[in-house]
Design a protein around this ligand. Sequence first.
Ligand code: GLP
Length: 255
Amino acid sequence: MTMIEKKPHILFLDRRSGVPLYCQIQERLLAQIQSGEFKPGQPLPSIQQIASSMGVSYMTVRQAMRALNDSGVLDTRQGIGTFVSGIKMERDFRQVLSFTEETCARGSKPSSKVLSFDIQSPTPKVQKALRLKDKDLVYNLCRVRYGDKVPMGIEYSSLPVQLFPGLIEDFNPEGSLYIELDRKYGVQLMVTDEVIEVGIATAEEARLLEIAPQSPVFLFTRISYIENGIPVEHAKSVYSGERYKIINRLMRTKH
Ligand code: GLP
């Protein structure tokens, strides 16, 4: 029997958990792939079949599958179907993924603790990175990000106030920032310039990340842009070196 003929697994979603439905769908699909229920090379049930078996919309399943496609777990062939790619799950790709998407794609449940969310004048570095004028203000959002309740990193994001009016009133910063930017402002972050350095956790960072003082950490500085090249987010993050790894896929261009 092929996977297409097989009745899709009945999967219960927890609509009160605060975890986006598409994340829960990703988790369950990953679990089915990891358990061997869906095998490499075999087609998955159609988006429509999965959507009706879970009682969610077509778009929600499509969003769940998009992140699994992006991370190489699934391989969608136009007009043919979606297959389990057989690429090892540990293998990752340097995509512009939100913390929520990345954590879901690893099979973990994302959550956040908000340390601060306010409007301030940018630092000179942030002002330059976001190409702001004097007197332009930024939202500053600082959060500890967790995967399965384990602290992974601390993120300090700055976004221009003028591009996102009303963000501080409407956005629940425990949720996904990128989903909110897309939903409310139709903004998708397409390109990120990233600098990665290695550092030592300060006493406060070690406390928040629940690691030993002076443990090694990754320091990320990212500037993210929308399609037309306008910078919309400056983010500095401190990630635990013990819990986080960076895996790159590099390509050599043909001469
Ligand atoms: C990544 C980026 C951050 C960004 C975050 C948004 O972690 N490095 O710069 O703020 O994703 O994640 P979410 O949409 O889960 O809030």
